[in-house]
Design a protein around this ligand. Sequence first.
Ligand code: 5GP
Ligand code: ZN
Length: 113
Amino acid sequence: MENCIFCKIIAGEIPSNKVYEDEDMLVFRDINPQAKVHCLCVPKSHFATLSEMNEQQAEIVKKCLVKIPGIAAELGLSDGYRLIINQGKDAGQTVFHLHIHILGGQDLGEKLV
Ligand code: 5GP
Ligand code: ZN
């Protein structure tokens, strides 16, 4: 997808601090971390939001969710972590390529769910 920063990261055109990669997904450190550990799990297939997701892409998101606990363990998040998927303007989504935030490495508190 042209002009999509995450597609460019996936293609290796923009560098990233990679944590995990396979044929379906890339996990890398967020450039502006909101917690001690803040990574983004990005399906390689481009789609902006859950509303645009097709069945095949939903299977990939499922694979992401299956992989994340192991990745979180590798990241040392044994005390827990929070997953966030921002959807659209009210959620403050800034990059319109679906991604799952993985936040942890500290007590995240009980606010905002
Ligand atoms: P959103 O607000 O769309 O849910 O999250 C987008 C996230 O992507 C933000 O947390 C932002 O810091 C991160 N981000 C934006 N551009 C880049 C980049 O070029 N590299 C990395 N590693 N993260 C980025
Ligand atoms: Zn993209």
